[in-house]
Design a protein around this ligand. Structure first.
Ligand code: URA
Ligand code: ZN
Length: 377
């Protein structure tokens, strides 16, 4: 575990506030929570979770109080030496709600988060400083509804941005209908925490039977990062970063595979005959992906290994990579009170990759987040 000489900020840490848990428990289609008469309820949120060949009490994953309790969040922070957490609603956010309901739910969830931060921070101890939050948007509603919520979030003291999935209004993040929302996010200097949920179609992995053999491994290890990579690549190709040069995006899981594939992506653009710059008639991206990685994009350090972390820092910069845990996902499968191996792996990669450079370690662990998100601690 890390020494306590640095302020540690966790910017990738989730919660389902109690109101949202009730919403999931009131449903019987993905996403939903199944409450059996005996044993833990089951969280059934991923497309592959709702495996009809299994009894409903074995689908998805067990969900206990760690998904919704602020006290358990505090215990987790203490156990892992985390001083500040920027919490976000976990997937699939409000994506599944009809347009008539999402604005009301966005307000409920965002107000719940603000209130929880306020209460939590009253009890700050010597080691735990503070809680902040990323809000959620009513993406199934109109651009005006989203713009209104983006502006309202600026009035909530502990909100530091928004978390968003990759589907946008249903057609992906290159959909021109998102332009007013990108504009509002840029105008208000709101950080977008982009997080995967839908993964890849099961056919990409050989079909449902193959996926089922290894549970969540293929959807989470490969589906999630590729989903993020594809979403950002589509934004890049559609010129979103050309139209909104000041948009700020924090990419989950160190950008999926974007740091590793950025060179290939840029090279393919430079060799694409369809693009005007190469004699074709279609507008390609005007700014190159390396520049976007160094000006628009921030990456978390949730990558579980030194090569991935080094790639994130190389592709972005040492000031743009930020520690995270993904709590309450990936809990230890053994004793409850032990430090979480998933967190330990992410922690260890930071001094492992940059052991000689104390400033880089300090920045990734917390200094970068404090500056980028304006966290007063
Ligand atoms: N991490 C998340 O944030 N969501 C999941 O569904 C699984 C892991
Ligand atoms: Zn996450």
């Amino acid at each position: 575990m890390i020494s306590n000489k640095h302020v540690v900020v966790d910017i990738h840490t989730h919660i389902y506030p109690p109101s949202y848990i009730e919403l999931l428990a009131s449903r019987d289609q993905v996403p939903y929570i199944h409450k059996p008469t005996a044993g833990d309820p089951r969280l059934i949120i991923l497309p592959s979770d709702d495996d009809q060949s299994k009894p409903v009490q074995n689908r998805g994953r067990p969900i206990d109080a760690s998904y919704s309790s602020w006290e358990i969040k505090r215990t987790f922070m203490t156990l892992h030496g985390i001083n500040v957490s920027v919490v976000s609603l976990a997937n699939p956010w409000l994506d599944f709600l009809p347009s008539s309901e999402s604005p009301k739910w966005a307000k409920t969830v965002n107000d719940d988060l603000e209130k929880a931060c306020l209460e939590f921070n009253k009890e700050a101890s010597s080691s735990i400083c503070k809680l902040f939050a990323f809000g959620t948007l009513p993406l199934s509603a109109s651009a005006d509804d989203n713009r209104a919520e983006i502006i309202r979030l600026k009035t909530l003291r502990h909100l530091r941005g928004v978390i968003m999935g990759t589907t946008g209004l249903g057609l992906g993040l290159d959909d021109p209908a998102l332009n007013p929302i990108w504009q509002a996010l840029q105008d208000t200097e709101t950080m977008v925490f982009l997080h995967p949920h839908y993964g890849l179609p099961e056919t990409a992995f050989g079909g449902p039977e193959v996926v089922a053999k290894s549970g969540h491994v293929l959807p989470l290890a490969l589906g999630f990062p590729l989903e993020t990579t594809i979403a950002v690549s589509r934004m890049f190709l559609a010129g979103v970063f050309d139209r909104f040069p000041n948009l700020k995006m924090l990419l989950a899981h160190s950008g999926g595979t974007l740091p590793f594939l950025a060179g290939r992506l840029q090279s393919c653009v430079e060799h694409e005959r369809e693009f005007i710059a190469n004699g074709g008639c279609k507008q390609g991206p005007k700014r190159d992906i390396w520049e976007i990685l160094k000006t628009n994009i921030y990456l978390d350090a949730v990558i579980y290994g030194e090569p991935g972390l080094k790639a994130a820092v190389d592709a972005g910069s040492v000031e743009r990579v930020i520690f995270g845990t993904d709590h309450p996902f990936f809990p230890p499968l053994g004793a409850e009170s032990d430090a979480w191996p998933s967190v330990g792996t992410n922690y260890a990669a930071i001094p492992g990759a940059f052991e000689k450079n104390e400033d880089i370690v300090e920045g990734i662990l917390g200094g970068n987040a404090i500056k980028i998100l304006g966290l007063e601690i």
